[in-house]
Design a protein around this ligand. Structure first.
Ligand code: AHR
Length: 515
């Protein structure tokens, strides 16, 4: 028995030493300067698989699924809770094949088209510009329209701007809008100038795209009575720094407001792996890809800094998220995947990166909002499930429009088969009522992390915290068990004089509120 006790004592010492407080976060309140643009919490909806059809839109005549004007009421309620600030549409690759005039007017007269990127399915255009913009108004989200630069014309894009934003009776396009039931313009500030121009948007070189961009931008006229248009150039893929450099050099400063950036956390484009049945090795690689966002944002920003030191242009990470093989039995081209605790970890760490870079990153759009890739909602006929990613986005929405509090993280390593990643990531902000929110993640698959957060002079009278965690990394919310993973109250922390000491379980996301 004595021998056993001695062994236990040695074992506890070992455990304490691996979980001991090497993790340190220092918050520097006096250096707070930049606001976390709420649009960092943006989303993306493409005519792909069941994102639009079956996801948002089930048709006006659907008697089985409660809807208004064909838009699912359960989806609207869930997204309102999430506080979706901005929604990008209609693609993606689809955007550069989309001719918006096919999607307006009486539905029976709308021509159909072939959705060439996503399974060659018939697109009947029953969900078009009016449906999307009206839905954004119901959601309280700003629309972000992706223009067709790949196969459209400058005239077509200029007409779309007029149809959506110019005042009534000012020209033929607003007259057409009135004829189709909408007198006053919508508010459409964000315009994407094509999508992935280096790939599905036209396979252009950066140099050629810059010229094409200038041509299209010339004819997209502002209407002085409405908000100025905010034009987002199709941005780089991952670490294509040449793309960013070229656009910063060649786009006239008055002609653009932001550059895009796309980065997916994919293990290997030829072997993405299952969304639910993955090994720790696959988890580790996914997290490596997700944490790469820090480097990408830093390096693309540094290039932008050279040309725009005052940061008048922003970086819009308008596609990000995890990408795996489709769920067995679903169509390859529909990109339907499950969403586990691994996805919650991608979301938590990536949003921390965006918050911390909010001086340059002013918008980001998770790909994609419903039933596609790292979705926040999955639907199956009348059933709906909120994914772990939904819960992280909701937990983190306290950062929207709050002032970012700069912080420094010293982290233990999450080690796996000789490789290592920082286990802890964090970001913090102060909202307009003075409440401070700190979001912290521990990506380690098995080791809890004790973290000491130095609060400096912050005075605290009350505190609370919520956590998202589960027993297994592979856990998810299914249609049968929709509440398998939900946020719960977190109490494993204590506040001392200047420090907040917390114990984070493995693969968990926590948000602490201090008042
Ligand atoms: O989000 C799915 C696709 O990924 C988008 O259509 C495209 O822009 C990207 O390659």
């Amino acid at each position: 028995m004595r021998k056993f006790n001695v062994l236990m004592a040695i074992f506890s010492l070992l455990v304490v030493s691996t979980t001991s407080a090497q993790n340190k976060v220092v918050i520097n309140v006096s250096a707070a300067r930049d606001t976390i643009n709420k649009n960092i919490y943006g989303h993306f909806a493409e005519h792909l698989g069941h994102c639009i059809y079956g996801g948002f839109y089930v048709g006006e005549n659907n008697k089985k699924i409660p809807n208004k004007n064909g838009i699912r009421l359960d989806v609207i309620a869930a997204l309102k809770k999430l506080k979706v600030p901005v929604l990008r549409w209609p693609g993606g690759c689809f955007a550069d094949t989309y001719h918006w005039k096919d999607g307006i007017g009486p539905k029976t007269q709308r021509p159909s088209m072939l959705n060439i990127w996503w399974g060659n399915v018939k697109e009947d255009n029953s969900f078009g510009t009016n449906e999307f913009l009206n839905m954004c108004e119901v959601l309280g989200a700003e629309p972000y329209l992706s223009g067709n630069v790949g196969s459209g014309t400058p005239q077509e894009l200029a007409d779309w701007v007029k149809y959506t934003t110019h005042p009534a009776a000012s020209s033929p396009m607003p007259e057409l809008r009135a004829k189709y039931g909408r007198q006053n313009p919508w508010k459409v500030k964000f315009w994407g100038m094509g999508n992935e121009a280096w790939g599905c948007g036209g396979n252009m070189t950066a140099e050629h795209y810059a010229d094409v961009y200038r041509q299209y931008a010339t004819f997209m006229t502002d209407w002085s009575n409405s908000d100025r248009l905010y034009r987002i150039a199709s941005g780089a893929s991952d670490d294509d720094y040449h793309w960013t450099e070229t656009l910063m050099q060649k786009l006239p400063t008055k002609m653009f407001d932001a550059l895009g950036l796309h980065h997916y956390s994919v293990i290997d484009w030829n072997k993405k792996g299952s969304s639910t049945e993955f090994t720790e090795s696959e988890y580790f690689t996914t997290m490596q890809r997700a944490l790469q966002m820090e480097e990408l944002v830093t390096k693309h920003s540094a290039i932008m800094d050279k040309y725009d030191p005052k940061k008048t242009k922003s970086l819009s990470v308008d596609e990000w998220g995890g990408w795996y093989d489709v769920v067995k039995g679903t169509k390859d081209a529909f990109l339907f995947q499950q969403n586990t605790m691994r996805d919650a970890m991608i979301a938590g760490t990536t949003l921390n990166t965006f918050n911390n870079h909010c001086d340059r990153v002013k918008m980001a759009n998770l790909a994609q909002i419903i039933n596609v890739l790292q979705a926040v909602i999955l639907t199956n006929e009348e059933k709906l499930v909120l994914t772990p990613t939904y819960h992280v986005m909701e937990m983190y929405n306290v950062h929207q429009n709050a002032v970012m509090l700069p912080l420094q993280v010293t982290s233990n390593n999450y080690q796996f088969e000789g490789k290592s990643l920082p286990a802890v990531s964090a970001s913090a902000s102060k909202d307009k009522n003075g409440a401070i929110h700190i979001s912290v993640t521990n990506i380690d698959a098995s080791t809890p992390q004790k973290i000491s957060i130095n609060l400096g002079n912050i005075k605290i009278s009350s505190s609370s915290a919520i956590i998202l965690k589960s027993n297994k990394l592979q856990d998810y919310n299914s249609f049968d068990k929709p509440n398998n993973i939900i946020p719960t109250a977190f109490t494993d922390y204590k506040i001392t004089n200047t420090d907040l000491e917390i114990n984070l379980p493995p693969f968990s996301v926590t948000v602490i509120e201090l008042k």
